[in-house]
Ligand binder design. Structure first.
Ligand code: TNX
Length: 734
């Protein structure tokens, strides 16, 4: 035995000696270590000095209790790069990856990865944690592994230790398949993407005015009638070809498959049936659920637009109980989301039965019928072992039971109230978290909550929005909402590219808000990691994410692209849209008179929105402060003519107190008595001989709770006016 050891030691010494010589003589190159950035940012990551070689002969072993399914998932995710290797019997006890549970990791969903030269250990506190350890491990490999095709080179992973656990226990995304249906495969693809970002809750918005997406045994017409629009269907179409029927629904079997697929990936699915409002689709199938009065649609309109369940009709509660009884077992989540938003009380006020109920219960206002309704549905949920989740309207008069979960969507202040009242709360105000909003003023999307670029979403923080420690403890997490009224802009089919464009990379930003501590998050750092590594992963996963357009800054005859950007920038100088064959931007451009430059980013076959140069000024405004800037007009306007100015900020509560452009004789005052900053607002002003050497005076107040940048953009108006825009007079919610 002893001799054997001595022999082994001698061999090792000899090999080391020889290999040392070999390195010296043959100059064998050092292996190319793979350094990849992580999204979301882990709690800690410390590099060592050596590496692990993942390649021929790497074994994956699993410790006690690691289920076969998750092992298989991991093996096949990694195996993509090494097609045939895992088929070999591998007896060696080094060069292995071990998956295991460990008490050393203490936080729920936490994990630890240790990469050493001979061994990688991925350990989790629980199944979710182990799964996230595997997800992070995949991010240590070249992005190409997500593409599913094989790379046969060895991968050298630098030694390192990663320790990680989530900031919030609820990390959600709302997917609205009611307005625009998406088939099971799309939902599963989305679940995979969520899982890769360590998101763990899918808020599945399955019913609304525009569609009911669940087939039930008890009330089949909810789906068979309420699941389709257009053509001869009672529900009218939105956009597109009005003669064509479109839509769809899930069977309970399909929903169970989606839930199983999600559960496997540590994602809880919370279904939402939006009661008592937002129910026009249900009412088209079962009109008796509506209030008992004749709706005057006029001689030609013919469309009964009522959408609220009658609060006084006893049969409605029986029907709701049957619906809940059928669905409760399909969705194992403790929570069942019952909606409760935007109830049009007018219908209850008109209904004689509801009026009678109000009189009987001594309700002064129709709003109390909502409390009554929510109370009745909550009783039903409790009977079926569920707790209610609901929109924040339900906390106004505390109609939500104490075990309820609040989706705080209306504003920061409702989220503050909800947490103050002691409700477990998911913070998701539209101004930060609605990813159906536009990402830039000139791009596509909803606007009611303003412009919500990834940076705005990323800037969310509890402390900076005024949550005290007690309130913060009631925050269960955050959620991004993708409502899909606009998913069908020009056809009756889902536009997959548009869906990706709206959701990514904003959801990556959300994932980091949900996972990483507020004080460790930094937008510049995040967008650097995105550009360096993460966008390539999304590309490999087949995601057509939005490319951030460049910022082309015009100053004193020079156009310069401001950092950061990814991919290539191409441009034109004749006002046309750049293509992949247009000249490549390589450095500042000297612009002559009468220029009309256009720029766009190109990457992996996609193009960003097209932008024209602007003069950009950025000022950091401290929280609660009023600041005044004087800017020589010659710095922001190159020549005479009509100019535009726009203010932008990722902060909240910015206000222009005064904006004036002074010349020698005249002053143009754009804002005299104060006006809130609105990213969508283009202000016009004129430059002529009188004010070309004058100055602009801008006074602004940051009423928000944290310091934020104010970005001022100055742009010459396009030469041909007005810009041709295709618009529609159709109401998108019809
Ligand atoms: C508000 S979120 C809604 C949705 C719309 C969405 C559009 C909520 C409770 N109500 O019904 O789809 O805005 O952005």
């Amino acid at each position: 035995m002893k001799n054997n050891r001595l022999l082994a030691a001698a061999c090792v010494a000899a090999i080391m000696f020889i290999s040392d010589k070999l390195y010296g003589v043959l100059a064998i190159p050092e292996p190319q270590l793979q350094y990849h950035e992580l999204v979301p940012l882990p709690v800690s990551r410390v590099y060592g000095e050596e590496w692990f070689c993942l390649g021929k002969g790497t074994t994956i072993i699993a410790g006690e209790g690691v289920d076969f399914g998750i092992q298989h998932w991991f093996r096949s995710a990694v195996r993509r790069s090494y097609p045939e290797r895992w088929a070999l019997p591998l007896p060696r006890a080094y060069n292995e990856i071990e998956l295991r549970y460990s008490d050393a990791v203490t936080a729920p969903e936490g994990y630890r990865i240790e990469v050493e030269p001979e061994r990688i250990v991925i350990e989790g506190q629980d199944r979710g944690g182990l799964f996230y350890g595997m997800q992070t491990f995949l991010q240590l490999l070249p992005p190409g592994i997500y593409r599913g095709y094989e790379m046969d080179e060895d991968v050298y992973i630098p030694s390192q230790v990663i320790e990680d656990y989530p900031r919030f226990s609820y990390r959600g995304v709302l997917l609205d398949v009611a307005r625009t249906f998406q088939p099971k495969e799309n939902v599963m693809r989305f679940i995979d993407l969520m899982a890769a970002h360590k998101l763990n809750t899918l808020h599945f918005h399955l019913t609304d005015d525009e569609g009911w997406r669940i087939e039930l045994d008890s009330y089949p017409d909810l789906a068979h009638i309420g699941g389709f629009r257009g053509g001869d269907r009672p529900l009218r179409s939105i956009y597109g070809n009005f003669g064509e029927e479109y839509g769809g629904y899930f069977t309970k079997q399909q929903l169970a498959e989606i839930v199983a697929y999600a559960t496997f990936r540590n994602i809880e699915v919370i279904l939402e049936i939006d009661f008592p409002g937002h129910s026009r689709a249900a009412a088209k199938a079962y009109p008796e659920i509506l209030c008992n009065y004749r709706y005057n649609t006029g001689p030609t309109a013919g469309d009964d637009r009522r959408n609220v369940w009658c609060a006084s009709r006893e049969e409605n509660y029986r029907m709701i109980e049957e619906i809940i009884a059928e669905l409760a077992p399909v969705f194992p989540s403790k929570y069942f989301h019952i909606g409760g938003d935007e109830v049009a009380y007018g219908q209850w006020r008109t209904c004689p039965d509801c009026k009678a109920l109000m009189a009987k219960e001594k309700f002064k206002e129709a709003a109390h019928l909502e409390d009554y309704f929510i109370g009745r549905v909550t009783e039903i949920l409790h009977r079926h072992g569920k707790s209610p989740a609901a929109w924040d309207e339900t906390i106004k008069r505390d109609s939500l039971s104490a075990d309820g979960l609040v989706s705080a969507w209306s504003s920061i202040s409702t989220a503050l109230q909800s947490t103050e009242k002691g409700y477990k709360t998911v913070v998701m105000p539209g101004h930060y978290f609605y990813i159906d909003m536009k990402q830039a003023p000139e791009e596509f999307g909803q606007t009611w909550a303003g412009v919500v670029p990834a940076e705005k979403l990323y800037s969310f923080g509890l402390e900076r929005n005024g949550f005290n420690p007690a309130q913060s403890r009631n925050v269960k997490g955050v959620e991004a909402a993708f409502f899909s009224e606009l998913l069908l802009p020009y056809s009756t089919n889902v536009q997959p590219d548009y869906f990706d464009y709206m959701t990514w990379p904003r959801i990556a930003a959300l994932a980091e808000v949900a996972w990483t501590d507020e004080d460790r998050r930094d937008w510049t750092d995040f967008s650097g990691r995105l550009n360096a590594s993460h966008l390539d992963r999304l590309t490999a996963m087949g995601v057509k994410y939005r490319l951030e357009p460049p910022v082309a800054d015009y100053k004193a005859g020079r156009i310069m692209i401001l950092e950061p950007y990814v991919g290539e920038i191409r441009y034109t100088d004749d006002g046309s849209d750049p293509t992949e064959y247009s000249p490549l931007y390589t450095g500042p451009i000297t612009a002559g008179d009468g220029w009309d430059y256009r720029f766009a980013v190109f990457k992996d076959g996609s193009r960003s929105a097209v932008v024209s140069p602007k003069t950009v000024k950025i000022y950091n405004i401290p929280s609660g402060k009023q600041c005044t800037f004087e800017i020589p007009i010659s710095e922001i306007a190159a020549d005479t003519g009509l100019w535009y100015m726009r203010g932008r900020t990722a902060g909240m509560d910015f206000r222009f107190n005064r904006i004036a452009f002074a010349g020698n004789k005249e002053t143009q005052t754009l804002v005299a008595r104060g006006q809130n900053l609105n990213d969508l607002h283009l202000m016009r002003w004129n430059v002529d001989e009188d004010n070309l050497d004058g100055k602009a005076t801008i006074t602004v107040t940051n009423g928000g709770l944290y310091d934020a940048d104010l970005i001022l953009e100055f742009e010459k108006s396009p030469y041909i006016q007005p810009k041709v825009k295709v618009t529609s007079s159709l109401n998108q919610n019809t």
